[in-house]
Design a protein around this ligand. Structure first.
Ligand code: FES
Length: 112
């Protein structure tokens, strides 16, 4: 659902009660698969779920608190999507594409 908040066109992802601390969910963002993560520290971050290397799918590995691309085992930082560890086969110069989020007074979470 698209909503205009403060002059911005935003897409509702979920309500805060739909995602506990230390959990993630996937959502569709402008036709792309995306992931919303609520960290144990209660920070919300969202990324397009496409690896910048060759477009592999990414998943949040809660155990190590990193985002993993299983295609070539690159790891990304949860806090900003930057590259944490490259595959041994190549050097990644670009991190994940971040999606800005906003939470309104009803605790609904929106993607910009
Ligand atoms: S496609 Fe993700 S590391 Fe290669």
């Amino acid at each position: 659902m698209k909503v205009g908040l403060g002059g911005q066109n935003m897409e509702k992802i979920a309500n805060i009660k739909d995602i506990g601390k230390g959990e993630s969910l996937t959502f569709n963002y402008k036709g792309e698969r995306a992931i919303l993560i609520r960290t144990k520290e209660d920070k919300l971050v969202a990324y397009i779920s496409i690896c910048p290397h060759e477009g592999g799918g990414i998943e949040w590995d809660k155990g190590i608190n990193k985002i993993l691309c299983e295609c070539h085992l690159s790891l990304f930082n949860v806090s900003d999507g930057s590259v944490y560890r490259h595959s041994s086969l190549f050097e990644l110069k670009k991190g994940l594409t971040r999606i800005e989020t906003k939470v309104d007074k009803n605790q609904d979470i929106y993607a910009l």
